[in-house]
Ligand binder design. Sequence first.
Ligand code: PGA
Length: 248
Amino acid sequence: MYILGNWKDRLDVKSSAELAGAIAANAAQEYPNMEIVLFPDDVSLVQVALIFESYPLIKIGAQDGPLEKTGSLTGSIAASNISRFCDYVILGHSERRSKLDETDEIVARKATVASDLGLIPVICVSKGEVSNIDPYLGIRNQIEAIPSRIISRGELLIAYEPIDAIGTGVPADPKNVKEATQVIQNVISNLVPTINVPVLYGGSVDAENATSYLSLEGIDGVLVGGASLTADSFLSIVEKASNIEQAR
Ligand code: PGA
């Protein structure tokens, strides 16, 4: 099971290092059945990665990835840096899709670069384009835009993150999450029948509600924003996930 902590731009270097230290002290050796991935901001990333260098159970990811493997793009992170310090990269987060107009095409290009660098893209999908006929049209489009050779490799995660639930404290109804997860799995198996891509839920997940998502059939973990900013709440989600995984 995957527990991802998306720190966004909420912590400075000092707070990021303190949080990483607290997680390392309490969890770094404890949950071999969990895939724990922390996503600090780019400035804190190296320091956080070095804290976990001797704890291979905890992985590091970047909150976005480069558009090109080599090039000259001001504001981008060098491909060699990202592959040196990260295992994962979040792509297509709805905040970037809406505030920076990141299109499915841009997400696909970044996913290709990330995948070629050996990183695991965590591709966020949300409602997107609205249609009266198909409530999942946006999600379908976002998934179908992912290059099929990346899906065929099976080395990616999909995070279902309904916009209304992100950062609002109003998480999605687990029934709706289950339905959306099924749609996502169907779209993927229509594209590449033999592959099983892990699907996560994200949007106001906290220690109280995590179990209602983690115990859903078809959900392989959670992408946590606000509740990943303190070691106690994040580790309590990890602990719940670990117990559910053990019981499976
Ligand atoms: P949230 O953020 O848990 O604070 O809603 C989740 C996300 O944006 O990935």
